[in-house]
Design a protein around this ligand. Sequence first.
Ligand code: ADP
Length: 295
Amino acid sequence: MTRLRELLAVDPGSFRLDKTDPRGTPGLPDTKAVRKDPKAWARAEVTTIGTELAAYQEKLFAAAKRGRTAERVLLLLQAMDCGGKDGTVRGVFAGMNPTGIKAVSFGPPTDEEKQHDFLWRIDRALPPAGHVGVFNRSHYEDVLVVRVHNLVPEDIWSQRYDQINQFEAVQAEAGLTLVKVMLHISPDEQRQRLLDRLDDPAKHWKYNPGDVDERAKWADYQEAYQAALTRCSTPENPWFVVPADRKWYRNWAVATLLRDAMASIDPGYPPAEFDVEAERQRLLPAASTSDSHGS
Ligand code: ADP
């Protein structure tokens, strides 16, 4: 594991969400540039990482197209309301090729989805080989909002942690690299972001009065997150908790986690399946032909 992965990964035996500082900035390098202006440094770094991500994305896509890999990558984002999921996606994926990205948001299950088990809609939304996917919310809602609001009986939701671990293990076997990130904000930061939405008419569409009702259940949500993070952080599919009150740190950390994941499965460019030199000769005019054209 790289340093940032180690710092942010959830250790099921010792992790405590209530001891994790949402304003923290763990893992920033200790350099002059960072000390001088961490925000400017992080923003520039995200742009650089974006270029690397685009290159990894292209190689993954090319290798899958040639049938050389079944690998795919999925960034899964969970957060309290106003946690910055959309902003993270905009910031981290800015340099990548949108045609190779599959982004999916999950709301309350539709009538059709309710006819199936909770992982049915998730399975259908996974990225195909060679693609990079992003989930805005996920199957974890089925042990978060569902647990907090008792949407199904406890004997049902309590079995879901194991079911999730099994599902994710099977997907890992099939070539899915899952980067599970909880964006961790403080209640004060959430209040400020909600107030900002009220202050700006261009943001009213983002304001949902229901978010204030959910906010009243903060402690219940934190408890549900603590359980999900510790029960479903496995060596194969660890959870990462990213302090997210500072947007510049959040984007840098998520971009870095995604870059490290993509680097670890980099298949390289597929070799040509034709004779490069012969093809060049077919395209270049023969010397005599070019002479006749030249005069
Ligand atoms: P977001 O807040 O992610 O930008 P929305 O405002 O559309 O998007 O909120 C999606 C809502 O869907 C959230 O309130 C979330 O709790 C709810 N939701 C997602 N998955 C489920 C689920 N499995 N069961 C019940 N509610 C869910």
